[in-house]
Ligand binder design. Structure first.
Ligand code: NAD
Ligand code: TYD
Length: 335
């Protein structure tokens, strides 16, 4: 029996990982610690409560609060830190909260992991820590050259995790995932924002020339990579988890319009994001040597994702009102 602390488990990737883990390991108990920010949503975990209620505990709390963290991590052997402020555009508007959660919160978790001598601590990081990659693909030993407040905060968190491995022997592992898509993604990110906008015949704001490139990974492939690193990764090491699907934002937009049967005139070119990284690209040799490979093709997984949003309007419609509308106005009205 393992007790596993999953922070940020009410968010997009965290909730997919909670489901993945409880399905795969019948002898694991999962504790979710989540502050329930605008991006956290108990609806993401509704089926977990029903299907695995006896092996699942939810704790509402902040990873930057040592008391909440201490209580949640007690008796846990594994810790996976998914909790973060995760949206680049919001980090440009309000960087402070990113430092509080992604850097300071990670430090608070590491302190507790040291105190409780946990067996494995996985820090969920991102390919954005490498910065803009004009050509070739990033390897784990490459320099971190962050360019947005989000990526700088994520790099701060993972560097602190590495420091705790070196200095105190905390058994840290780091994953650097590429851009995820799939069910339960909060509709501020490119793919869910564009799918839900076009369903309602609302124009989609393409930043700049739309030629920026991201490497897209289906969320369940990311989950299987994280899970492999948790169980088989070498302590102190970082692992890239990339889908190997590099697409321009315009290609993604065209795919969404094609899958929803919507017209090209829903595309609206708007002012570019400041400091916009034009390309990310991951070399995944290292995690493939551990035995990982993605199971989902881009074509199949994008179709499934669009179908999921079409079928789950009850999930996303409430998210696009209230706070989101204010955010959308601030972000896009004068663009
Ligand atoms: P998300 O924004 O959907 O979810 C973040 C979750 O963390 C939410 O449930 C939120 O309530 C919770 N949270 C935020 N601040 C907290 C705090 N102080 N204490 C406790 N909980 C808090 O994010 P996501 O897209 O699921 O990303 C999860 C992790 O994966 C993040 O660490 C992110 O940096 C990383 N990542 C994301 C992507 C991607 O494409 N989305 C790619 C690579 C890595
Ligand atoms: P996003 O989903 O915010 O992820 P990230 O910035 O972390 O990679 O954005 C993905 C790409 O899509 C990025 O190049 C910015 C672009 N984008 C738009 O063109 N318009 C939008 O409204 C959003 C949210 C993103």
């Amino acid at each position: 029996m393992k007790k596993v602390l999953i922070t940020g488990g009410a968010g997009f990737i965290g909730s997919n990982y909670v489901r993945y883990m409880l399905e795969k390991y019948p002898d694991y108990h999962v504790v979710v610690l989540d502050k329930l920010t605008y991006a956290g949503n108990l609806a993401n975990l509704a089926d977990i409560e029903q299907n695995y209620g006896d092996r699942y505990t939810f704790v509402k709390g902040d990873i930057a609060d040592p008391v909440a963290v201490d209580q949640a991590m007690k008796d846990c052997q594994y810790v996976l830190n998914f909790a973060a402020e995760s949206h680049v555009d919001r980090s440009i508007e309000q960087p402070g909260q990113f430092i509080m959660t992604d850097v300071y919160g990670t430090f608070v978790l590491l302190e507790a992991a040291k105190k409780y001598a946990v067996e494995r601590f996985v820090q969920i990081s991102t390919d954005e820590v490498y910065g803009h990659i004009p050509q070739g693909s990033s390897k784990e030993g490459d320099r971190l050259e962050t360019r947005s407040p989000y990526s700088a905060s994520k790099a701060g968190g993972e560097l602190m995790a590495h420091a705790y491995y070196v200095t105190y022997g905390v058994p840290v592992l780091i994953t650097r995932g590429s851009n995820n898509y799939g069910p339960y993604q909060y509709p501020e990110k490119l793919i869910p924002l564009f799918i839900t906008n076009v369903i309602d015949n609302i124009q989609v704001p393409v930043y700049g020339d739309g030629q920026q490139i991201r490497d897209w990974i289906y969320v369940l492939d990311h989950c299987s990579g994280i899970d492999l690193v948790l169980h088989k990764g070498q302590l102190g090491e970082a692992y890239n988890v990339g889908g190997g699907n590099e697409r321009t934002n315009l290609e993604i937009t065209h795919k969404i319009l094609e899958l929803t049967g919507k017209p090209l005139d829903l595309i609206k070119y708007v002012k570019d994001r400041p400091g916009h990284d034009r390309r990310y690209s991951l070399d995944t040799t290292k995690i493939r040597q551990l035995g990982w490979e993605p199971q989902f093709t881009f074509e199949t997984a994008m179709r499934q994702t669009v179908e999921w949003f079409l079928k789950n309007e009850k999930w996303w419609r409430p998210l696009k009102s209230g706070e989101f509308q204010e955010y959308y106005q601030r972000q896009y009205a004068n663009r």
